[in-house]
Design a protein around this ligand. Sequence first.
Ligand SMILES: Nc1ncnc2c1ncn2[C@@H]1O[C@H](COP(=O)(O)OP(=O)(O)OP(=O)(O)O)[C@@H](O)[C@H]1O
Length: 359
Amino acid sequence: MAGLKINNVTKHFSDFAALSDVTLDIADGEFVAVLGPSGCGKTTLLRLVAGFEQLDKGEIVIGGKMMSGGRANVPPENRKVGIVFQNYALWPHMNVAENVGYSLKVAKVDRATREKRIEEALALVNLQGFGERRPANLSGGQRQRVALARCLVAAPSLVLFDEPLANLDVHLRASMEDEFAAFHKRTGTTIIYITHDQAEAMALADRIAVLDHGRLAQFATPRTLYEEPANEMVASFIAQGMVLPAEILSGAREGFCQVRILGQEAVLRCRPDEIARNDAKVCVRADDLDVVETGGIAIRVKRSIYRGGGSRIEAFPVERPDIDLHFDLPDPARLEEGAETRLAIRTGWVIPQAEGAGH
Ligand SMILES: Nc1ncnc2c1ncn2[C@@H]1O[C@H](COP(=O)(O)OP(=O)(O)OP(=O)(O)O)[C@@H](O)[C@H]1O
């Protein structure tokens, strides 16, 4: 297995910057998800690592070996990178073992070695004994595992997953998530996992790289992304954070600041270098808001959406109808459209002033 360094990588298509100055240092055996809205550059990054695209600037180093950058441009077949696509495209006329072993056959690996490696690869994805089956007689999840075995049989130094679960139904996705996590634990393979599903990224990855318009917005653990978003984009993208204007009344003390938000004072988490300022933005989530009888922020309900066991309430501050708020109201409490109540902010995070990919 191998680590991966993506250093200051830039890629243009004509004059459109698909990736700008992206740097990611991924450790040997790490599971990294690359997350971001459609068109942010995820697939382009994957194609650059695999060697299907050439970069304009920067370098890509796999296992200490320069693959792209400077004079290097190692072709895809020599990078030892395995790829599992969303569209797993197994050959229907071949059985599972033939599908898995095809690349070895092309590489003229002898029959006995081939059979041994196919057997090992199928064991890695928990498909022992499935070698004789045709793809048509497998479930969607099993097919995806055959695709993974087909990539593992070539003993890749790292595996790239491109939205591997996008075509599967919700239940199968959950069980495949478990399978991928177990696979990673068992093998210690370095994994780069492209997805636009943040729950999937949160559940699986050691660290998540969030891309925004081709730039790295933040590269951090799931917990840090959620609790300490580095900028407004990450704050609002991860778990539907609400970004609100605020005034910092006193600088950081032991990780907290006194803040005024929509007229209400609250104590929020912040970076240790945070100072008093009146142009701050804070991130609060539905869980951070409590309905109160007195104090807090006066709000009016726009919409109530029943969610089983409670409702998601969409509302706005009476004094600031331009700001959207949302929170969850457990049954049996109800708030209908037009109702007025008050919300207190229990906690939240002061979004750092400086842009950058914090850790
Ligand atoms: N070969 C190409 N020629 C021109 N533009 C391209 C090419 N490939 C990608 N792009 C553009 O680069 C941007 C990034 O594309 P990319 O496929 O990497 O995004 P993505 O994050 O994977 O999106 P999605 O989640 O929708 O798959 C998009 O605006 C896309 O239109």
